[in-house]
Design a protein around this ligand. Structure first.
Ligand code: SF4
Length: 450
């Protein structure tokens, strides 16, 4: 059964549904003017979240799917930080109040490419424009290869609560094939240093489906990583899209596993983490039982945003920096991707919005269903549809993908509740996709479902 299911669904290229609608639906019809209006309407006392993008790295990892630029010089970074601070002020000025911040996430690129004093200065600027409180969570993506003691100490002083370390694979053959040499010793030193500096939660990112990766090396990487006892893991499948990410052409396609091989690697990593006491959260996260992500999964309060699974329940997420995506009650916005164009907009005193999407009533309904499928592997379609004032028939009837999933016994539907069978949970994106009204128009630009 499993093999035939995998052949039928596992090769489909589907979104990871970190938003709905997904980014390919964004259009230039939403620009700085519209975003300014949306910002001016963010009222009330609800906390908001922030994302800050630092699009620079010192060398290119060939698997990379992020928006980043390689620089060995510091001046482009310094220039960018000036623009970033200006953008933060522009956005803050467009809002009617100084909102409380629930979570701030520094992502990239490599946020720790900043010098410690630059990071503290940026942190200070954000604190001057937004209301940080004691429970504000501060998360930073870290490259252990270039993390210095001084930066660790600055992260501790800034009150960083979570550090996310890129690990991917410890197999030297894989590391060579992806141009990312990172010893276990470097990762262990970064982990221990961050903990000693007071960073309470550590996340490791692992990847399966990389060139030359095998089931044995996937297990070995997971075991080495577990010996450092991070609080969380995010385990992603490598998305090979060389048409869009030209540096991925440096990866030898012949060394990539097929769908069954990728699936086997994902399964052994999951089994190794579960054996070590981690709990599986949604599709691709794992956390120790006491971690807030585990507790949220248990209590049905897990959410999904552009960083993946999260406990962050804020409706408003403001993105700063080139390519950053944000979200408000009205819809989504994305900044200019190219650093030059981003800087040009901000220099003229304008928000750097390049495109976006205004949500419709039908989008909100489908977004809620898809988020719940991705987080809980089950969804009360009848209850959600009722709360949106529509009949579940509008979602269920005339839905050939859903009929196919029911016929293949991947899901059940009883009394309006859709449930994904335990052993087929790796196909959760295929289940979410059957509620995506736009997928057929989006084309095959996403990563494989398994
Ligand atoms: S460090 Fe991260 S963002 Fe930078 S090139 Fe490597 S994978 Fe991409």
């Amino acid at each position: 059964m499993k093999r035939s299911i995998l052949e039928r669904y596992g090769d489909a290229r589907l979104p990871r549904y970190t938003s709905y609608p997904t980014a390919p639906r964004f259009s230039a019809s939403i620009g700085a003017g519209t975003y300014g209006d949306w910002l001016s309407q963010i009222e009330g006392d609800d906390p908001i979240s922030l994302y800050v993008h630092i699009p620079f790295c010192r060398s290119m990892c060939w698997y990379c799917g992020c928006h980043t630029t390689i620089t060995l010089k510091d001046q482009p970074i310094l220039d960018y930080l000036d623009v970033l601070k200006r953008e933060i002020s522009l956005v803050a000025d467009a809002m009617p109040r100084k909102p409380e911040i629930a979570t701030i996430h520094f992502g990239g690129g490599t946020p720790t490419i900043m010098e410690p004093n630059e990071f503290l200065d940026l942190d200070f600027h954000l604190r001057s424009r937004f209301a940080f409180v004691e429970k504000t969570e501060l998360a930073v993506e870290i490259d252990p290869r270039t993390l210095t003691d001084e930066m660790i100490s600055a992260l501790g002083r800034a009150g960083v609560t979570r550090a996310s370390l890129g690990v991917q694979s410890f197999d030297p053959k894989v590391q060579k094939a992806i141009n990312r040499i990172q010893t276990p010793k470097q990762t262990r030193a970064a982990t221990e240093g961050l903990r000693a500096a007071g960073v309470g939660s550590i996340n490791f990112d692992l990847i399966y489906g990389l060139p030359h990766q095998t089931v044995a090396s996937a297990i070995e990487t997971a075991e080495t990583a577990i010996s450092m006892r991070p609080d969380r893991f995010a385990v992603f499948g490598y998305a090979h899209v060389p048409t869009f990410k030209k540096h991925q052409r440096l990866i030898d396609e012949a060394a990539l596993a097929d769908a069954a091989g990728r699936h086997a690697q994902a399964e052994v990593i999951a089994a190794t983490l579960l054996d070590a006491g981690y709990r599986q959260i949604g599709l691709d996260h794992f956390a120790l039982p006491g971690d807030s992500l585990s507790i949220a999964a248990k209590t049905g309060s897990l959410h999904r945003n552009f960083q993946g699974y999260t406990t962050d329940a804020c409706e408003t997420l403001i993105g700063f920096g080139a390519s950053a995506i944000g979200r408000s009650a009205h819809g989504y916005v994305q900044n200019e991707v190219a650093i030059g164009r981003y800087a040009q907009s901000v220099a003229t005193g304008q928000l750097a919005t390049a495109k976006g999407y205004r949500l419709t009533a039908d989008d909100r309904l489908r977004a809620e269903i898809i988020e719940q499928v991705m987080c809980d592997f089950s969804v009360d379609l009848a209850a959600i549809c009722r709360s949106h004032g529509v009949s579940a028939d509008t979602i269920v009837n005339g839905n050939p993908q859903l009929r196919r999933l029911l016929a293949d016994e991947i899901v059940t539907l009883e009394n309006g509740v859709l449930l994904l069978r335990g052993e087929e949970r790796f196909l959760v994106r295929a289940v979410a996709a059957c509620f995506d009204a736009y997928l057929a128009q989006a084309g095959r630009t996403h990563s494989k479902a398994a």
